[in-house]
Write a protein that binds this ligand. Structure first.
Ligand code: SAH
Length: 214
């Protein structure tokens, strides 16, 4: 099948070739049908080395970025993950392949509804989704072993750090409106430590502990 071949090629040339080595991540990226997460007119481009528009001024991240962020979460089968910025639901599906349960939050209702429907159709029963401001996290379900933020933040929201377990990992792009640095943040007994994973460019994280709207 055409899309399966494109997916294999995406993983070998864009992801493995750039040093992503976590076999579980590579396997999930080979499995999840990325073309289903974009509009029909864009399906043929879904396996290209770039982000694509998903409506409402938002984008589905470039495949390599999805792989890099997922690897940095160091997920095990028992982990509960919080995702901020469901968007198309593609990153959500990748996480659902690798973790015990995924809690995902999207602020734009149209995107939330479309992603929820698709994830249900694909039988991702370990995904719990809600439409709200993710910069507040999900206190009732916290703490999480892993937190991923897929929109660019002006700073690391303290509320999210508080919702990480001791030993937990967060991946988040932090910077100005035009460019950010991707950070892996680890929480241990002594506090938090940050690792710089390099430059990136995301749409804005908008909310109480993010950018203001407009
Ligand atoms: N991971 C997504 C990327 C979507 S782009 C994918 O693979 O398709 C980032 C998303 O974050 C957008 O859909 C945007 O609406 C959402 N977003 C921005 N600020 C948010 C907030 N405070 N809470 C929840 N979602 C937010």
């Amino acid at each position: 099948m055409k899309f399966k071949r494109l997916r294999e090629k995406m993983v070998s040339t864009q992801i493995e070739a750039r040093g992503i080595h976590d076999q579980r991540v590579l396997e999930a990226m080979r499995k999840v049908a990325r073309h289903l997460f974009v509009g029909e007119a864009l399906q043929d481009q879904a396996y290209g080395d770039f982000p694509l528009p998903i409506g409402e001024g938002q984008t589905i991240s470039q495949p390599y970025i999805v792989a890099e962020m997922t690897q940095a979460l160091e997920l095990t089968k028992d982990d509960r993950v919080l995702e901020i910025g469901t968007g198309s639901g593609y990153q959500t599906a990748i996480l659902a392949e690798l973790a015990f349960r995924v809690y995902t939050i999207e602020r734009v209702r149209e995107l939330f509804i479309t992603a929820r429907k698709l994830l249900d159709q694909l039988a991702y029963h370990n995904v719990i989704a809600k439409c709200s401001d993710g910069t507040l996290g999900w206190p009732d379900e916290s703490p999480f072993e892993a937190i991923i933020v897929t929109a660019g933040a002006p700073e690391v929201p303290e509320k999210l750090v508080q919702q990480l377990t001791i030993g937990g990992r967060m991946v988040i792009p932090v910077g100005n409106r035009w460019s950010q640095t991707l950070f892996q943040i680890g929480r241990d007994k002594g506090g938090v430590h940050k690792t710089d994973l390099g430059g990136c460019r995301f749409v804005k994280l908008i909310g109480e502990h993010g950018w203001k709207e407009g």
